[in-house]
Design a protein around this ligand. Sequence first.
Ligand SMILES: Cc1ncc(COP(=O)(O)O)c(C=O)c1O
Length: 434
Amino acid sequence: MSNKNLHFETKRIHSGYSSAEHFYAVNTPIYQTAGFDLGDIDRARRLWTGSEAGGIYSRVGNPTVSVLEERIKELDGGSAAIGVASGMAAITYTILLLGEGGGNIISASSLYGAAQESLTNFFPKFGITTKFVKNRNDVREYEALIDDNTKAVYLESISNPNAEIYDFEAIAEVAHKHGVPVVVDNTVATPYLFRPFEHGADIIVYSATKGLSGHGNTIAGLVVEKGDFKYSKERFPQFYQKSYKMRDLEGNPRTPLELAPNAPFVTSLRIFYLEFIGATLGAFDAFLVLQGLSTLTERMEKQVATTKKLVAYLETRKEVTWVRHPFAKDSNYKALAEKYFPNGAGAVFSFGFGGTREQFKEFIKALEIFSYHVNIGDVRSLIVNSPETTHAELAPELHELADIPGNLVRISVGLEHADDLITDLEQAFHKAFS
Ligand SMILES: Cc1ncc(COP(=O)(O)O)c(C=O)c1O
């Protein structure tokens, strides 16, 4: 079956899987094995030179994981994808590969805490620094920061926790004018709400721990490559370096671009990063992500609809000082949301708690349906005080840069009935403030 003209709803269930290749199993089997029989000496040689596709060792590839890789590739419209052990592994592999030999990243200043902290203080240990843009949608600021050593523009399609969004196409135009690829963390949006490659992105990273798997039962990451970015030899020599690990059948070393002209990025991640660093996605975890993906549309639609109701409710509460989501009445992101997120800008948002610390403790304690917990994209609705948890690693000046005030509370909307969630918040406000 050709996947070309299928709708998203069909692809998220069928892409990348043919039962005839898996003993006619209807569900993707979990290939829970470390290694694979190599067959014979000639086959082993073909496997090692990439001239025959097949399992070797699950650190660098596994059939269950391959189905997920193919599926996300199809959903995003990319040329290749790779499963890794976590969202942070996806981000770290991507930054390290683009920044091989050193360089800088241009990023907006409000990101998931570990991403922001690693760009600020961890990657510099490997010669990769980050310049943070202050006004996320001022393309002149991006352009002014790009130099000969810039290796990527890095964005979150919907920022965590403030649900801010970008003028993706304008930013990508500036990055591409200077030969710089755009990396988008599409975790909060998922490909159901936003397809970054259609708006200028070149590489997508995911924490599949969140909405993609959707049930809060696995840790997983994915990297997807669009496949048409023209890496220049000067800025990205790593894609022009011959390696014996990429040799052909005759033993001639090849470059990533020679081995995989449409997928040099993901191919390099697999051959060097999975092989040498080894933060691999396990077969069972890939299976859980596949299970979750098959209901992605319905989950996201319902979560977005409930988000609209919760935002509207919280805006009426005197105990709430502000609400940040494009659904909020005074959001600055309404026009961008209309352009880029016709199905809604996600189900994660923040609000300002307008009480004392004691009242906040009481409020969290009183909640009966919301879980007080750091994940997002779960079937359960989750609530957390980001400044002290998900973004706790950021020093005070980074909180300011990322616009994370001390009274910020983040909600990730689940699949419960909206009225029950509102009743839960209502009774908790009542207990905390009475
Ligand atoms: C937007 C975003 N990207 C990446 C990550 C990291 O994902 P993981 O926890 O799977 O490493 C998170 C985790 O919360 C996130 O919210």
